[in-house]
Design a binder for this molecule. Structure first.
Ligand code: ZN
Length: 265
């Protein structure tokens, strides 16, 4: 309460707290909301991000996340709705193509033709995402999981990453490898399987199909040099509509003042 009062009076400029602190906050001049993990649902994200910029002045919401946040949410999910909620947030975070305001509008079945043009990372990004195939990565990951299965070993995310990168001498950052697995989970090519222990829930990564499927392997990503070497050339051109949107982004709309940025950290 002491911290809350000092923050409300602007004696403290920054508060690091759990989301429980944010509930009921109605401070008009909050300029930043920074999530240090993935919210459980789009509704949670929207509500929590909405604590910023209530005075109508520019404000920024940044989501820093890792795939383990998603696995934690699905691991502790009590219903299919909880799993769907976590899945929606993961899909939202991995989407580098559409305006984030449009994605939220689509989720709430509102106008999804919104183009903020300058108030989200997807509209602002100068490096265009490229479409390419994850077939090579998926084939290696499927084999890694199958090899472990033959030895009656299940792989958590950490063990899968270690085994895959070591077995196939993959020269990419672990964060990028994790990002690839996130896309394969998001596209239901891989799946999670929960195992309950006395103290915890362990999430294993499993193949969703017997063999590598033909679908769900084309994704949009921004590649660094190592990823470019590993994944090869883009599988297709960026759609023309996307190019046009990027070119149009200077014609910024000023109607929306909250900037939304999602970062895989
Ligand atoms: Zn946007």
């Amino acid at each position: 309460m002491k911290i809350y009062n000092k923050w409300m009076k602007n004696s403290y400029e920054i508060v690091v707290a759990t989301i429980a602190f944010g509930l009921g906050i109605d401070k008009p001049d909050v300029r930043f909301v920074i999530h240090f993990s993935l919210p459980k649902t789009i509704e949670d994200l929207y509500q929590q991000a909405g604590r910023a910029g209530r005075d109508g002045e520019p404000a920024t919401c940044i989501v820093l996340y890792r795939l383990s946040d998603y696995l934690k949410h699905t691991g502790f999910a009590k219903s299919k709705k909880d799993v769907q909620g976590a899945s929606d947030v993961l899909n939202y975070s991995l989407n580098l193509e559409k305006c984030r305001h449009a994605l939220i509008g689509f989720h709430f079945e509102e106008d999804n033709n919104i183009q903020c043009k300058s108030m989200c990372d997807n509209c602002l990004r100068s490096t265009k995402p490229e479409s390419f195939s994850l077939k090579r990565a998926c084939t290696e990951i499927y084999k890694t999981i199958n090899d472990a299965k033959k030895k009656e070993v299940d792989l958590t995310l950490i063990k899968l990453l270690d085994s895959w990168l070591k077995l196939y001498k993959v020269q990419i950052l672990k964060e990028d490898a994790e990002y690839i697995i996130a896309h394969l989970l998001s596209n239901k090519v891989l799946k999670e399987e929960k195992c309950y222990t006395s103290y915890n829930v362990i999430c294993y990564i499993k193949n969703a199909y017997e063999t590598v499927p033909e679908h769900g392997l084309d994704v949009q990503m921004i590649r660094n040099a190592a990823l470019r070497r590993y994944l090869g050339p883009p599988s297709m051109e960026i759609p023309h509509s996307r190019k046009r949107k990027l070119e149009d982004r200077d014609e910024a709309s000023t109607s929306n003042t909250s900037k939304v940025i999602v970062i895989n950290n």
